[in-house]
Design a protein around this ligand. Sequence first.
Ligand code: NDP
Ligand code: MN
Length: 377
Amino acid sequence: MKSFMIPRDVEFGEKTLSYLSELDGERAILVTGGSSMKRFGFLDQAQDYLKEAGIESRVVDGVEPNPSVKTVLKGKRAMLDFEPDWVIAIGGGSALDAAKIMWCFYEHPELEFKDIIEVGSMPELRNKAKFVAIPSTSGTASEITAFSVITDTDEKIKYPIVSSEIIPDIAIVDPEIPATMPSHITANTGMDVLAHAVEAFVSTGASDYTDSLALKAIQLVFDYLPKAFEDGDNMKAREKMHNASTMAGMAFSNSSLGIVHSLAHKIGGELHITHGLANAILMPYVIEFNYEAAEEKFKIAEATLGVDDLAAAIRDLNQALNIPSSFSEIDWMDFTEEDFEGVLDRMAANAKDDPCTVTNPKEPTVEDMREIYKKAF
Ligand code: NDP
Ligand code: MN
């Protein structure tokens, strides 16, 4: 049995942040990251719209990249104190992911982090509050997905939490918000979108529903990511990339992903490479590995894009975005080939065990994972 789930409401287009003025309720907690949403005025705008709706609001800020359990517990305490009927996350994937789990602990204060890690262990939410997600990057699609990634900083482990309960009630996809991203974040998060779309399209969990969204998202990224990268004020390109991100999310939240993500998760953890950048570098190598196993799908993608080699087309796209073709060429890279060799076996074994490996079109061995890492290094 397959199912297809997405949020009930998706508000998209310029100025849709104003949708907050139409909410019914009494109190809202806004969850955000370090400083960008405050600095660019979006947090104040959100609070003004809530005031228009007669909703009192309070802010929980300081969610860090790769959010920790500690940050989640801080948010839980703020929510138990304020008793909001709306939880509103505004920021990058990190702020959205952290807010989802703060919300879970607000609904069920008796739970501990270890109680919700297992798939199927998330209890019913929405007895106290509903959830709005407002993404400020065009990348992770946390506004649409059933996922949250939280890091246990003591154990140094990233836990993916999966439950349809944490699919937001409302996603507000307003392209003015990611328009303030600097060009390198635009490039990296945009290539994360492409990885979501390509992996969803060739996933063994793909369906007619996810295929249509994934294919359109692939096309949007090729057409508009270079434009958004070159000119951050190109609002048409920003809007198309923001929609592509959400659509790719609708696809992969239902079809799951593949080994680009398995490999990126582990090299990201070991060598501190940004998620989108790791995906961008790995993608051509993984497409070459998977090509025969999903040839029909890759040919459809190539025909749609008007190219005859998807891996080569992605290499060209990376070049246009100043993304290198291998890890060792990253300019700020501070690890040597010996460092890499030292963690290679562990990374390959862990990548093989990553949940994203299950739906890859070709089943890899640990040796295959090693080979792809070595080629991409
Ligand atoms: P982050 O949320 O980690 O943000 C990265 C940086 O970008 C921060 O410094 C942030 O600053 C800044 N930033 C965000 N938006 C803007 C903006 N509009 N203008 C200027 N700067 C901005 O990045 P991602 O969105 O890439 O999220 C990554 C996280 O998402 C990881 O933890 C990853 O594991 C997770 N993830 C979640 C998935 C899901 O389905 N839930 C799927 C894949 C990954 P500041 O903090 O000041 O706002
Ligand atoms: Mn991703």
